[in-house]
Ligand binder design. Structure first.
Ligand code: NAP
Ligand code: GDD
Length: 342
């Protein structure tokens, strides 16, 4: 039985990837951080499943603590490591630049060094990000587009991306980067914009009058569905050689359009009025504010446009996204309503 180690197992992607790897016949080990409150909500269904007693394991560790990583790796002897752990919030990275660089860049370096010195046959997947393209002005971004990150998070992820390439080329290690564009799901954290929008609008549908405060509603993202993307991660690691791949949908949508699509799906009537910081969506019947702009959610620099070209992944590993944006919104809204009714 093959053994996988997943860092970031308690996160959105870690939970879906664990389910997939178990289906593929892996024993899955995950690294979790000690926390004063429960942080395993996304993987409790795996951990508490008696049938998975010999297939799913958790270990305390932290990307800031090389000794803990080294101990887990020498104990479980993985065939593959998926490094998904990160301080993954771009906006927070401006407030915690040093911490973000330590976890997202130096943490990756720690893992690569452990592999190099213990067993170079361990395959390594790095969760890279479209945020590394930053201020580029290309219509679509692929593996050879200039990388000009503009946030501490993007810079840390570019550092990891380059380290992975360097260890691959210098030491012949099987290390690959998945350059993933935004991907969402009902398991998305509530501070990311899609989940924040859907949670607020579903509460409104259930009678809440609380308005939705947003920052830059004109930035454009390429949003896909997380379970499709973890399949891509797996395929990247089955490819005949280590390499770097963009996973995306090659479709775009602004934050404002995402809000409109969500309100349309929920049957919330709205009208946009005003401009700049005064722009808002109101209820045409009673004038109540539904969405307003709040300066506090703006970033020092925002990546304004992302649109990924996934042709290389399609050709080499046969991956393409299965879920369209409207379907993703429907899935997220339905699950949000279900969780409210539980
Ligand atoms: P997420 O939900 O924020 O999960 C991040 C995971 O990293 C959590 O399990 C978190 O643990 C863990 N973590 C954070 N700091 C850690 C540390 N110091 N040591 C050990 N674990 C730590 O992120 P995600 O959306 O699943 O994304 C997975 C990875 O893909 C991340 O590296 C992210 O940067 C990258 N990525 C995501 C997207 C996307 O659209 N989702 C796109 C491109 C790249 P806690 O639960 O304890 O906080
Ligand atoms: N979070 C948030 N909250 N974003 C907002 C808000 C708000 O209230 N209002 C507008 N936005 C805009 C942000 O400025 C950004 O342009 C866009 O919505 C998306 O923000 P996030 O959902 O926070 O995602 P992200 O694109 O910054 O980062 C995500 O995708 C990256 C891949 O491109 C994260 O998952 C990163 O970890 C990932 O690497």
């Amino acid at each position: 039985m093959k053994i996988a180690l997943v860092t970031g197992i308690t996160g959105q992607d870690g939970s879906y990837l664990s389910e997939l790897l178990i289906k593929k016949g892996y024993k899955v080990h995950g690294i979790i951080r000690r926390s004063s409150s429960f942080n395993t909500g996304r993987i409790d269904h795996l951990f508490n499943n008696k049938k998975l007693k010999n297939k799913f394991f958790l270990h305390y560790g932290d990307l800031l603590d090389g000794q803990s990583l080294s101990n887990v790796i020498s104990k479980i002897k993985p065939n593959v490591i998926y490094n998904l752990a990160a301080q993954s919030h771009v906006s927070v990275s401006y407030e915690l630049p040093e911490y973000t660089l330590n976890v997202d860049a130096i943490g990756t370096l720690k893992l690569l060094e452990i592999i190099k010195s213990t067993n170079k046959k361990i395959k390594f997947y790095q969760a890279s990000s479209s945020e590394i393209f930053g201020k580029n002005t290309y219509k679509t971004q692929n593996e050879i587009t200039p990388m000009i990150p503009s946030s501490p998070y993007g810079i840390a992820k570019l550092c990891s991306y380059l380290l992975v390439k360097m260890y691959r080329e210098s030491y012949g290690m099987f290390c690959s980067n998945g350059i993933l564009f935004n991907h969402e799901s009902p398991r998305r954290g509530g501070t990311f914009v899609t989940k924040k929008i859907i949670q607020n609008l579903v509460r409104r549908k259930h009678g809440s009058k609380e308005f939705l405060s947003l920052g830059n509603i004109y930035s454009i993202r390429d949003w896909g569905y997380a379970p499709d993307y973890v399949e891509g991660m797996y395929k990247i690691m089955q490819y005949k050689k280590p390499d770097d791949f963009v996973l995306s949908t090659n479709t775009t949508c602004s934050i404002k359009e995402f809000v409109n699509l969500s309100m349309n799906y929920l049957g919330i009537k709205y009208k946009w009025i005003g401009k700049g910081f005064k722009e808002k969506a109101i209820c045409p019947e009673n004038g109540n504010t539904i969405v307003k702009i709040d300066k506090k959610y703006f970033r020092p620099i925002d990546v304004s446009y992302l649109n990924g070209d996934y042709k290389k992944a399609l050709k080499a590993i046969g991956w393409k996204p299965k879920t369209k944006l409207k379907e993703l919104i429907k899935i997220m809204i339905k699950e949000e309503i279900n969780s409210k009714n539980k």
